[in-house]
Design a protein around this ligand. Structure first.
Ligand code: SAH
Ligand code: SF4
Ligand code: F3S
Length: 479
């Protein structure tokens, strides 16, 4: 019963900015017969924190475990394998992970494997803490090792290692043909690229996800076609930075605009993409969005700040004038465009005047929805080394002011919809009332309405009759 330490995270390696021409693995997934005999009919539990990249990784792990004959459960008390897929983007996401580790403690004797994986595991200090404080966690692996999950299970269950740790900090490979058990039967995320090369000074993602690497267009198109054939209504193309798609591919690869057009032509009813970096948002992408009715006229365009000095020290590569120009161009070329954004308040030493520039930006763009965050220092990033003379109390005050300003425009954009009819993709029964259905408009606003369960997974016409800041009430509309 010894530990097997395959590799541990290294921030120096993760920081290396050299382009990584990764290897494409097409047959990495194998299951050992003895392992699947052992796992067959046992339960697994996966708890996922963070963004869609993690959601997708969890779907792949669920796919592999299902292939091995296991059954997914939401009840960790039943599970032989428990996995916590973690997010490191802000401190509160990390805190949630420690809460979940505590919850799973009761399973230490009952489960074969208690695993922590995902972005937190790419941070050396967090891995040290998990190793020393939580002996019941017997598997720790990083974002680049997801395809190797079955190997680790074998090492623990059959080879009897007490604990396995495997985190390679400089991932640049692409794995195709992995099984996948998707969470939603109508809406799918499709990775088009992995990693990020932008290194915004506050952000941990480039360290946790490695360098930008694009999947080949053919692999992406084949996956989208399969989803269409099995009845999917909506595809979201996924990457930290989708408009940089293809930049790492050799000659003959597609650009993001070309890829978007090819996917749109396959005929999926709803096509989305996220996230866009304003810096790479070229005119040809806007033209493709405008041209295809099945590309949703709803763009997530994180601004982060409205002040030029702050944008510069964030390393965002655009200033407020360029951002506004891009927004103007988009609005001109795409009628009925809706925009959403991400904003950080309290970047180190942000003055109140600089913060007011962010409010001015919100007033200028009038976002239809916004994700707002208080800056959270991430160990290993350049911004975390800065002294900061702004108190947390002041940051909270500004945050509340920002939320109020955003809500003014979010409410206005929702109330404008009252009396009009919109296409809504029906998701399922509403959380609070099982007799009411919920779904999303093209602009990603949630609508609640009375309707039959048979409508789930369909796109229906809904007339909006009432609006709230974060939701709409509607009724089925018969032409
Ligand atoms: N690649 C995407 C998403 C990255 S993470 C993008 O560039 O937009 C999602 C959001 O989290 C970011 O847009 C940013 O607003 C926020 N974020 C990232 N690091 C943060 C930090 N250290 N503190 C607070 N918010 C952060
Ligand atoms: Fe983070 Fe910036 Fe990359 Fe987005 S573009 S993931 S904010 S480093
Ligand atoms: Fe979090 Fe990792 Fe995504 S840090 S936001 S889960 S890429």
């Amino acid at each position: 019963m010894k530990d097997l330490i395959i590799s541990t995270p290294c921030l120096e390696d993760a920081r290396k900015k050299s382009a990584n021409q990764g290897i494409i693995f097409r047959d990495a997934f194998q299951i050992d017969n003895n392992l699947s005999n052992y796992l067959k009919s046992k339960y697994f539990y996966i708890r996922t924190f963070g963004c869609q990249a993690n959601v997708r990784d969890s779907e792949i792990m669920a796919g592999m475990l299902t292939m091995a004959g296991m059954i997914q459960t939401d009840d960790y008390q039943k599970a032989a394998i428990c996995i916590i897929n973690t997010c490191a983007v802000r401190e509160n996401a990390v805190d949630k992970m420690y809460g979940e580790i505590g919850t799973l403690k009761s399973m230490a004797k009952k489960s074969d494997v208690l695993a922590v994986c995902g972005c937190v595991c790419e941070q050396p200090s967090a891995v040290e803490k998990i190793r020393s404080t939580y002996p019941h966690i017997n598997l720790i692996f990083g974002t680049h090792e997801v395809p190797l999950l079955m190997n680790y299970l074998k090492q623990i269950i059959l080879d009897k290692y007490k604990r396995v740790i495997s985190i390679k900090s400089q991932g640049g490979d692409v794995f195709e043909n992995l099984p996948s058990k998707r969470t939603n039967p109508y809406k799918a995320f499709v990775n088009i690229m992995y990693g990020c090369n932008k290194f915004c000074t506050y952000c941990i993602v480039p360290y946790t996800r490695g360098r930008e690497r694009s999947r080949l267009a053919k692999d992406i198109l084949d996956e989208c076609q399969e989803l269409i054939d099995s009845g999917y209504q909506e595809i979201t193309l996924l990457g930290q930075n989708v408009n940089a798609y293809g930049k790492d591919l050799k000659k003959g690869g597609l650009t993001f605009a070309q890829l978007l057009e090819e996917v749109a032509k396959l005929g999926i009813p709803r096509l989305r993409f996220t996230t866009s970096h304003p810096w790479d948002f070229s005119k040809d992408i806007i033209e493709v969005i405008a041209k295809y009715p099945n590309i949703m006229k709803s763009i997530h365009l994180p601004v982060q700040s409205g002040n030029d000095e702050i944008l510069k020290s964030m390393g965002r590569r655009y200033n407020s004038t360029q951002y506004k120009k891009l927004v103007d161009e988009m609005k001109k070329m795409i009628p009925n465009l809706t925009l959403s954004t991400d904003i950080i308040v309290g970047f180190p030493n942000e003055t109140y005047e600089q913060f007011l520039d962010t409010l001015k930006m919100v007033d200028y763009v009038q976002y239809d929805s916004a994700f707002t965050f208080i800056y959270s220092p991430r160990q290993g990033t350049p911004a975390a080394k800065k002294n900061d003379d702004v108190s947390l109390q002041e940051k909270h005050r500004r945050f509340n002011e920002l939320v109020k300003t955003c809500e003014k425009y979010i409410s206005a954009s929702s109330s404008k919809m009252v009396g009009h009819v919109y296409d809504v993709l029906v998701d399922g029964p509403s959380k609070n009332n099982p007799n009411i259905l919920s779904g999303y408009t093209e602009s990603n606003k949630i609508v609640h309405f009375a309707g039959d369960q048979s409508l789930i997974g369909k796109i229906v016409k809904i007339k909006i009759i009432e609006s709230h800041t974060y939701s709409l009430i509607g009724e089925l509309y018969n032409e």
